[in-house]
Structures are given as structure tokens and as C-alpha cells.
Ligand binder design. Structure first.
Ligand code: SAH
Length: 289
């Protein structure tokens, strides 16, 4: 952890003591209640500095924390040591706790009067089962609220120098899950015709199916594809390929989860943007001179 980051963490809690906007919106601020409440907190994709101030406050004011496998080490390092923190899994094929049991656990902890921080990767409402947990909690009469996080599509694309939309290249962006019990329930022909940037979450093990279906739907074989592994973390890897080749690239490069697949012309922006680095730094050095 660098010094800048250490400093910013120490400064935040006191700066957050008052949040004047909270009452006006009718929403609570984490830690402002004496009875139990569950906060479903989005942790963002990995870089601890992408946490929202509100998420950090929910962490610091929790009586108990439940975190899943996408909550990065850097973020876990921010959990105060006196607050019990429990891993509740969710890595593919190795759930450490069943969703129903987890829902029940959140309910009983809140009923016991605890402030619960249920923290998960990215945004709880983007392929994060946040809606399911919120439904369960509210139907059990538990006070529960969601704190949004930066979803991995946004974080990973930004850290890879790939804008999700770009005038003239892509007028929209569609998030698709690659997770399904059997085959994916997606209207591939419609997806291929959208002329959107397509972002596949949990798509690694379905790379063959995604490529084949998009090609059959009419996307060109040379449509660029980026695979972002461990986005927004120290070991982020960006692999650039195309629709024809990317399933082979996943195998060749031994891509590991978590990884995001971005399909579309915007991927070409990466090379263009990175070609500007020299100009940028030389302008900077002129300013410093
Ligand atoms: N709620 C999360 C998504 C959960 S689904 C969010 O908003 O980001 C899990 C999938 O998200 C992973 O399989 C992967 O495709 C993607 N993902 C999450 N974090 C990631 C990261 N740091 N780098 C790359 N992909 C990530």
C-alpha cells in the first residue's frame, strides 16, 4: 500500500462523520441506526481506491462483515481488525455457503440487532444477486439498503484504456452473463445486430459458445475482443484478440477467473490511446520544466 493511499484511508472516517445530504434523500447513512440493518455493499472490481466513501463507512460501522471471493485483498485489508469478517464464497463451483443459508444468516444477524455489511465485488445489482438478497431481507421485515459499486465492466474497461462507448464506434453497451445451467438463454442474432459494445461477465468457460453464436449472428470474425483478467488489481492482464481467435486465446494464455470479455470496435481504441502516451508525458515534462 503506498503512502498516498495510507493517508487517504486515515483521513476518510473523520471527514465522513457528517453527511448532510442523507436526510434530504430519505436514505440512511451507514452506521446511523441503533437497530440491526443490512447493507448490501458494492466493493467495485478490486482497486481499494475505487470504493465509495459510503461503502467505506458501511465497512467501518459494521458489527459483522460477510464478503465474497471477488472482494479483493486490498479491500479486505481495510476491514477493521476488531470487526469479525466471514468469507461466504461464491467462486464458481465452490460455494462455501448456499444462497438460502446466506440469506437466512443475514436475516438472523440483523434480527439480533447487528449492523451487517454484506460486501460483494463490483455492483450488487449487476449479476451480483443483490436483488435476490434485498427481496429476501425486506420480505423478512429487515431494514436493508444497497450501496452501489463500480461494476467490473466500467472498472476493467477504464483500466484497460477501452471506452465502453465512443462516438462513431459504438452507441451503446450491453452487459451479458455467460453463466447458465445449460446453454445461454440469449437472443444472439439480436445481440449481434445491436452495434453495441458487448461485455460478457462470467464468460470464460463459455468462450466457444459466445464466439460461435456471435459469428453465426453476423458479427465479423475480425471484430476485436479484449479479455481483461484480474481487472483493477495489481496483476491485471489485458489480452487483445478477435472474435475468431479469442476462445483459443483463453486457452493459450491460460486466462483465470475473474475475467471479463469485451467485444466490439471500441477495443481498437486501446492501441490508439496508448500511442498517445508519449505525447502526453512529453507535454507534462514541458509543464514541469
Ligand atoms: N457484481 C459484479 C459481477 C459479479 S459476476 C460486478 O458488478 O462486477 C462475476 C464476474 O464479474 C466474473 O466472472 C468476471 O466476469 C467479472 N469480474 C468481476 N470482477 C472482475 C475483475 N476484477 N476483473 C475481471 N472481471 C471481473
Amino acid at each position: 500500500m503506498n503512502n498516498f493511499f495510507k493517508a487517504s484511508v486515515q483521513v476518510l472516517p473523520s471527514a465522513l462523520v457528517k453527511t448532510p445530504g442523507a436526510k434530504k434523500t430519505g436514505r440512511h447513512t451507514p452506521g446511523d441506526k441503533t437497530t440491526g440493518k443490512v447493507w448490501l455493499v458494492g466493493a467495485g472490481p478490486g482497486d481499494a481506491e475505487l470504493l465509495t466513501l459510503k461503502a467505506l463507512r458501511a465497512i467501518n460501522n459494521a458489527d459483522i462483515i460477510f464478503y465474497d471471493y471477488l472482494v479483493s485483498e486490498d479491500i479486505r485489508a481495510l476491514f477493521p481488525s476488531h470487526i469479525p469478517a466471514h468469507y461466504v464464497g461464491k467462486a464458481k463451483n465452490q460455494h462455501s455457503i448456499k444462497q438460502e443459508d446466506l440469506n437466512q444468516l443475514l436475516v438472523t444477524q440483523a434480527q439480533a440487532g447487528l449492523n451487517v455489511c454484506r460486501i460483494k465485488g463490483g455492483d450488487p445489482f449487476v449479476f451480483g444477486r443483490g436483488g435476490e438478497e434485498l427481496l429476501e431481507l425486506r420480505s423478512a421485515g429487515i431494514d436493508a439498503e444497497v450501496i452501489p459499486g463500480i461494476t467490473s465492466a466500467s472498472g476493467c474497461s477504464t483500466y484497460a484504456d477501452i471506452p465502453l462507448t465512443h462516438r462513431g464506434l459504438s452507441q451503446g453497451c450491453t452487459f451479458v452473463t455467460g453463466h447458465a445451467e445449460k446453454s445461454l438463454d440469449v437472443n444472439w442474432a439480436a445481440l449481434a445486430q445491436l452495434n453495441h459494445t458487448l461485455v460478457f461477465y462470467m464468460g470464460l468457460t463459455r468462450a466457444d459458445e459466445i464466439a460461435a453464436q456471435l459469428l453465426a449472428g453476423g458479427l465479423a470474425a475480425d471484430t476485436p475482443v479484449a479479455i481483461i483478467e484480474n481487472g483493477c488489481r495489481k496483476d491485471q492482464r489485458d489480452i487483445i484478440s478477435d472474435l475468431h481467435d479469442f476462445p483459443a486465446a483463453v486457452v493459450r494464455e491460460q486466462v483465470q477467473s475473474p475475467a471479463l470479455i469485451i467485444v466490439g470496435e471500441v477495443v481498437r481504441m486501446k492501441a490508439q490511446l496508448q500511442a498517445q502516451i508519449w505525447q502526453h508525458s512529453s507535454a507534462e515534462s514541458l509543464l514541469l520544466a
